[in-house]
Design a binder for this molecule. Structure first.
Ligand code: GTP
Ligand code: MG
Length: 216
């Protein structure tokens, strides 16, 4: 009896991600996959970050959502190329969708490409999109227990942003618990405490991005 085995259902996905990375490498683009739960502040972070980096760094954004162009509209006045990717029912961006997004951009004119993933703490973490680095946001209202509960999101992160620190005083939030959980899971990624809304802490994040670009 012949038994068919699908050895690695992710193989095609990973091959597509590698191809995306190759295209971006050829154009000198550094790509950051930005992941978090819905509403942690990904778009707000990008709204504040792009003006901090311009004009020295030419930024662009691929932004994933199930429906609407709302995030792209928010980012649309920054002077950076923005492409909204609607996934329909999809709970994460796929490398094939990112490849289509790359087709809409002039890669030779981009230094930093932010890929705002669909808000979700589980599925997006499983897919390499061809990015060079992963930035993971954790906002204080989500609770201080999330690092240990969602290890697959935080373990591969290259940088972690603890956002909405302006709310620390009104929440019963233990930042040390986050640091303790990270010390068991990921000691490589710096933890940047910030408030994307006010801009507090964003110079440290911008510095981290500039360093990643200069390393490439
Ligand atoms: N208090 C506070 N609110 C913030 C901060 N950053 C973002 N917000 C608010 O959080 C809400 C969600 O922010 P978004 O930037 O839309 O979050 P997102 O992660 O892009 O959301 P999705 O794309 O839906 O996953 C908005 O009402 C923001 O104004 C912050 O630093 N402090
Ligand atoms: Mg958003």
């Amino acid at each position: 009896m012949k038994i068919n085995v699908v050895k690695n259902v992710m193989e095609a996905s990973d091959a597509m991600a590698d191809e995306n990375r190759r295209r971006m490498d050829a154009a000198g683009v550094v790509a950051i996959n930005v992941l978090s739960a819905p509403g942690s502040g990904k778009t707000t972070l990008l709204e504040k970050t792009i003006p901090l980096l311009a004009p020295r760094y030419r930024c662009a954004v691929l932004v994933g959502d199930l429906q609407t162009t709302r995030d792209a509209e928010r980012l649309g006045d920054l002077g950076a190329p923005i492409t909204q990717i609607n996934t329909g029912r999809g709970c994460h961006l796929s490398p094939a969708e990112v490849a289509e997004g790359l087709d809409t951009l002039e890669l030779d004119k981009i230094d930093l490409l932010f890929i705002e993933n669909v808000g979700n703490m589980v599925c997006p973490a499983a897919f390499d999109l061809g990015e060079h680095f992963r930035a993971v946001l954790l906002s204080t209202p989500e609770g201080d227990d999330k690092v240990a509960k969602y290890p697959t999101l935080f373990q591969p992160a290259d940088v972690i942003l603890l956002t909405k620190i302006d709310l620390l005083d009104v929440l019963e939030y233990d930042s040390q618990r986050v640091r303790d959980d990270l010390s068991k899971l990921n000691t490589r990624a710096p933890l940047i405490e910030c408030c994307p809304l006010s801009g507090a802490g964003l110079e440290e994040w911008a510095g981290w991005l500039r360093e990643r670009f200069s390393e490439k």
